[in-house]
Design a protein around this ligand. Structure first.
Ligand code: NDP
Ligand code: MG
Length: 361
């Protein structure tokens, strides 16, 4: 199996390469891309000796060449943000299976991606712990009508127990202290606002072809149950494990088969109580905004995603406060006229609108 790792220098990228090193001796990494972390990219190039490497100076077309390299069987898209969409679409059109960590691709263009994937006979497999869990729970389920609901679990993030007055004053440093997962900065902030769960709701809708009414969000602070599926006969299947992204990565790369590994195992006695709570959209308005965008559909999720990405960047630089992120998205929703998505151009246009909107701030 020949693999391209887009975003090789990031959190998912480096863990993907660790999975290749430790669990997939026959896999060859033939394409690598980085962005700012050139020293790390250099050392990965020395180790894996890929045929093609991309850095920003090479231009966007070469990034697309990386996603469509003729020798590649599977593209791991571990890019962050809206930069991930074009490579996802290009890889699918070139007939590559895509292991998709870049959830923003599905959020902005889920319908387009799933339609293209079916036309080109390729698999789009999630590298997201919740969606990997759902995929695992669905093993042996051949009829989507057997699914009564998908239960998407959420850790609740670092501010789960904080009152609103305290969250209001939260800094980027506070938000970057995630209780269970170590991830890149953008998704860590998205986890603190619960926007991440909103993005995952949209991701689940497209990946598993289920209506939003059948996807429920449940806060589970221990992050041991990675998500669940309830079937029409009342049975609930859950996937449990340590919070470790290497398993969803391995499961995606191994084509939904089981590969032995020495990752840490779940110790039930040490794990203690597993608890559950309803999400609170009053303290975490991003979740309600994302649900709204999911329901309205069209180009609204693309606008939300682009405004959120910019706002998260501002929050990381301490230029806006925590609730400034949701306030900006709400304001954008108020002044944007939603359109249908018929192709990439519609998404580009929505993103251009969002860019103009945020530049006015
Ligand atoms: P990181 O920020 O750690 O890594 C992002 C990668 O993309 C890096 O290789 C970075 O390069 C590169 N990159 C950044 N900006 C650009 C750009 N404009 N063009 C091209 N390359 C770029 O993010 P994560 O690994 O945390 O997340 C990646 C994706 O996976 C996100 O969509 C996230 O939501 C999703 N995800 C992540 C999880 C996690 O545990 N981390 C869990 C589930 C999903 P460099 O570092 O060299 O600057
Ligand atoms: Mg997730």
């Amino acid at each position: 199996m020949n693999i391209a790792v887009l975003g090789a220098t990031g959190s998912i990228g480096t863990q993907t390469l660790d999975v290749v090193r430790t669990c997939l001796p026959r896999a060859r990494v033939k394409v690598l891309t980085g962005y700012r972390n050139i020293p790390l990219l250099d050392s990965l190039v020395k180790e894996f000796e890929p045929e093609l490497v991309w850095v920003p100076d090479d231009g966007e077309d070469k990034l697309i060449a990386c996603a469509t390299h003729p020798d590649i069987d599977i593209v791991v898209n571990a890019l962050v943000g809206k930069a991930g969409l074009r490579p996802t679409l290009a890889a699918i059109k070139a007939g590559k299976d895509v292991a998709l960590a870049n959830k923003e691709s599905l959020v902005t263009a889920g319908e387009l991606i799933m339609k293209l994937a079916s036309e080109h006979g390729v698999r789009v497999v999630p590298i997201d712990s919740e969606h990997s869990a759902i995929l695992q729970c669905l093993q042996g389920c051949n009829d989507g009508n057997d699914v009564e609901k998908i239960i998407l679990t959420a850790s609740g993030g670092p501010f789960r127990t904080w009152p609103k007055e305290r969250i209001e004053k939260a800094t980027a440093a506070d938000a970057l202290r995630h209780p269970n997962w170590s991830m890149g900065p953008k998704i860590t902030i998205d986890s603190a606002t619960l926007m991440n769960k909103g993005l995952e709701l949209i991701e689940a809708k497209w990946l598993f072809d289920q209506p939003l009414s059948k996807i429920e969000i449940l806060v589970h602070p221990q992050s041991i149950i990675h998500s669940m599926v309830q079937f029409v006969d009342g049975a609930v299947m859950a996937q449990l494990g340590m919070p470790d992204m290497r398993l969803p990565i391995l499961y995606a790369l191994a084509g939904s088969t089981r590969v032995a590994n020495d990752f840490p195992r779940l110790d039930f006695l040490a794990a203690g109580d597993l608890t559950f709570e309803a999400p609170d959209t009053n303290r975490f308005p991003c979740l309600a905004l994302a649900k709204h965008a999911a329901e309205v559909g069209g180009t609204l999720p693309a606008v939300m995603n682009a405004v959120n990405e910019w706002a998260v960047g501002q929050f990381l630089q301490d230029k806006i406060d925590f609730y400034g992120i949701s306030a900006l998205i709400a304001e954008a929703f108020g002044s944007y006229t939603v359109r249908e998505v018929t192709g990439l151009a519609d998404i580009r246009e929505a993103e251009a609108w969002a860019e103009e909107f945020v530049q006015k701030q």
